[in-house]
Design a binder for this molecule. Sequence first.
Ligand SMILES: Nc1ncnc2c1ncn2[C@@H]1O[C@H](COP(=O)(O)OP(=O)(O)OP(=O)(O)O)[C@@H](O)[C@H]1O
Length: 790
Amino acid sequence: MSVSPYDREADSTDKTDKSAVIAAEQRYVSQLYAKLDAERELVARRLDETLRNGGGPPQAQAEREAATATYSDRLAQLNSVEQGLCFGRLDFTEGHDGDSPIYIGRLGLFDESDDYRPLLVDWRAPVARPFYLATAASPDGVRRRRHLRTLTRRVVGVDDEILDIGSAGESDHLGLAGEAALLSALERRRTGEMSDIVATIQAEQDRIIRADMNGVLVVQGGPGTGKTAVALHRAAYLLYTYRRQLTTRGVLVVGPNSTFLRYIGQVLPSLGETGVLLTTIGELYPGLEATGAESPEAAEIKGRLTMVDVLTQAVRDRQTVPDDVLEIDVEGEVLTLDRRTCERAREKARRTLRPHNVARRVFVDTLLDALAAQSADRLESDVLDDVPDIPLAEDETDEGDLLDARDHAAIRQELAEDDAVRAALHALWPKLTPQELLSDLLTDAERLESATLGHLTDADRDALLRPPGSLWTPADVPLLDELAELLGEDDTEARERRARREREERAYAEGVLHVLEQDDEIIDEEMIRVRDVLDAELLAERQEARSALTAAQRAAQDRTWTFGHVIVDEAQELSAMDWRTLMRRCPSRSMTIVGDVSQTGSRAGTSAWADVLSPYVGDRWRLRELTVNYRTPAEVMDLAAGVLAEIDPGLRAPTSVRDTGVPPWQRSLDRSAVVTEISSIVDAELAEVDGGTVAVVVPGGLEAAVAGELAGAGGTTAEDDNPRVSVLTVERAKGLEFDSVVVVAPDEIVAESPRGLNDLYVALTRATQRLGIVHTGAPIEALSGAQSAR
Ligand SMILES: Nc1ncnc2c1ncn2[C@@H]1O[C@H](COP(=O)(O)OP(=O)(O)OP(=O)(O)O)[C@@H](O)[C@H]1O
């Protein structure tokens, strides 16, 4: 089908012609949807045909699988762009790239019948860039930027900006692009799920989204500056621009907790990208659920870099030697291992510098040799004892060569299989899993003391010690990961599986080449031979890329998987040990790290990016800053700025793009009255935000009582993924936002942690419309600007 070029009527910017403009744009947008439908239908039909044609030789099946994955992928992408397919249009000045406008949307659509004329340009394509960057002062050939507002498939409004020098002075001091569209996006009620910002990305954000993929890019910005949004759009941009590289290795996005991951979970699918693994650090160890809780002190200690030394020592402590002589009863015959022999074997094994479970082989082999020699000697002397002394002939020597090499090997083999020998060797140098070692370490005071001597204090040790059978916690995960390296996993099976898959893919590729070559011969003898341009290796790689949807899944099951790019959100919360784990997943150091050191709540978190990064990249990392707050209205931000000044007078809060005219309120209640009053407070807020969301942010000590009281408030059920009313501690609220926020007992929030003021700052800045404060103790000076409520 062909889509007719844009309608001249849509050129008008005269206000009286607005409905004609909308009607003209509607015609164009309707044609785009028709094109989208046609593509969808075509792909769905192809998918259907592929699925119906079952059977055939393995090669055909493999081809079908690849085609199925490709079509399913494309269909998912076409379905995901239904809402807001086209959101922008650029018109250029005469003489600049012709005078045709370009339409910008969530994916690219082309008119095949007209030499692939672009009908809709993907927002990530370089030609779409002026939509985000052009300003009146620097228009880059753009005459007009138009935002199209659509509801389902209907165009409901257009917002125009004329970019000429005359209007340069009028532009807002924050240099916003498409201000009207931006403000209407920011004013919308929150649903509990983050939305994409593809139609209103601002210039400072765009520069980060499209920054070069190589190296470590740190994005520092205050609350609400769009760090999360930027990080996710960057993932989508990188996948579009470096598709081949990234679909094979995958992109990893790390967030602070499962609530946050649920909140951001829809953004990438809405941008048509599904091949990204979203996870927390606690989920990074395959096959293990880190759902246990522990004290913030214990989590902080586990996050220290010194734990590497502790774990190294803990592993060495498991490589033991007997105090004196170890006796092993081998079917009635007592063999011995003395301390010196064992020490020599241990030294030899350690000198290999191999991980514990791998070096174990050297230790075991050496001791088996010693035991076998002892047993053979014993056998020989027993035999010789029974034989009467016969004088040696002149050419004979008494070399004791009664047993030959084969006999020695047989004895050794028998010993290697003997239960008593195996048990003795296992006791000296056990084969260990990370889980076994860590669990033994944390539940045994003696082991813990030995491993931590010189690294931790008695109080630290007391904080770490826990009862046997405790659940794994998120802070255990980096320790397990470190131990997996120190112990050396038995990954033979995984490697064999991978090698088998590679062999199969290569065999498949060889098959395809063979078929193509036959075609070559039939079609055109002169034609360039397929093998000249393609080889099996390359085809196999392509085959792997085609099953890209499973790259994230494969990565999730493989601890040693390394990603093409890693994005870390709320990165300030990560401990030094968390960073080690992540860096292992990204040897290329192609990373985007977003966070705000003023919001650090975790005791193990950071207050300076250089501190956490320098061990891995020195000073080879780039810093970009975001300065505009899109979430929190100015009235709320003014109050929060007072708290920020208490954290550090040198810090500057980001500038809010909008105000609401509604000042934050505060009131005081007896602590015991919070539970009885909270329902009416929340009901009043629900009424104010009319269909929006309310969060009550509480100190840990009040969470259960307040949550119990508010169960079911605002029609929320326990199973609701996006409740209208949420009760959260600051830790859980991090990264989220709500139309109205009520902060309860701010003094307790501050007192709860050494970084309590940071926590309070986070709590205040979750609000998109309204903020209320309920004091239960002495009011906090920095919050005195809030208006008193009854
Ligand atoms: N360019 C934009 N257009 C529309 N909305 C935007 C834009 N930038 C950010 N937002 C919105 O502002 C809000 C805050 O963004 P986001 O959560 O990414 O900020 P953040 O810097 O990660 O905040 P925090 O540090 O507090 O977690 C979100 O609702 C986001 O959609």
